[in-house]
Design a protein around this ligand. Sequence first.
Ligand code: FAD
Length: 343
Amino acid sequence: MNLEEYKGVYVFAEQVDNKLSGIAFELLGKAKDLAGDLDTYVAAVVIGSEIKGLADELAAHGAEKVIVVDDPELKVYRTEPYAHALSEVINKYKPEIMLVGATAIGRDLGPRVSARVATGLTADCTQLEIGDFPINPVAGKEQKHNQLLMTRPAFGGNTIATIACPDNRPQMATVRPGVMQKIDKIEGAKAEVEEFNPGFTPDNKYVEIMDVVKAVSETVDIMDAKILVSGGRGVGSPENFRILEELAEALGGEVSCSRAVVDNGWKPKDLQVGQTGKTVRPQVYFAIGISGAIQHVAGMEEADVIIAINKDETAPIFDVADYGIVGDLNKIVPELTKQIKAA
Ligand code: FAD
């Protein structure tokens, strides 16, 4: 493999129902940084049916080139044709870096594509940067420069691993949604658009989607909320979440929770914050009756302001909190709601 042939930072621009997912913009934001360090370009790959119109939106978020794979058969995500399409894009365009979101679709797609193009994949990354590898050279190991250093939590979040792919291309990663920052929209930006036909065979299309049933949610996605009132095991019962809901309502925010709450069946999984839940970045995050385990903190530490309420003054949540209130949440939360309503 001639590594010199591989150029550009490519992003799989995930779309559902012809609407680009937030992760596409987050990956483009990160790709722009990486491309700046490598002195190369940013490209987006969009796969679907009747999706050419998405190119301008991708350009406005940093894509200089957009590769469009447009086929009626690609209307709904299916593993085999999408994996075939993205693998063939990689074989033709030879990207130096290929980023995919660690979404339900990306987690399915990324490993299959990396296996087909015979490269490695670092899954569920929380940080990406360009640097030297090994970071500290060890005896007999040649240090390579300008490598993609892919960082991800390992062993249940107890350690952080930095991984590189020095001998193969592309360097491939799936990236956690909500971690990377999208760039401000560049009005009027245009990208070079190329249509690509990966040449499907009947084998690529052997799974037929009969029906798509969408979950109907009455609440806002916690990843989009500006204020989150998050409850943990300390809330005590599903009924007692009512006091958190009242606080959230008074503030115009949403309720989220820790994994202990989900494991107890008090709240659904899509409200879980943390390593195996969602990564959130609200303006204000209330951690109420949450101890502050490393796996929880991994999902909320980027909040602008963190306010913790806990009866145990030694709870680790106070190490990451900007403001801490020590005491019984059953007294503090209703009083806080009362004061906010009165203000
Ligand atoms: P606890 O740790 O039991 O804390 C309850 C807190 O409430 C305590 O600090 C207590 O002092 C306080 N409290 C009790 N009563 C009151 C009261 N009346 N007033 C005020 N405070 C009170 N966890 C996540 O949250 N998200 C994840 O994504 C996640 N992923 C994980 C992945 C792996 C691989 C593993 C191993 C674990 C993961 N966990 C995750 C679990 C995590 O380790 C913790 O077990 C969990 O976060 C604890 O939840 P908690 O803080 O609600 O409960």
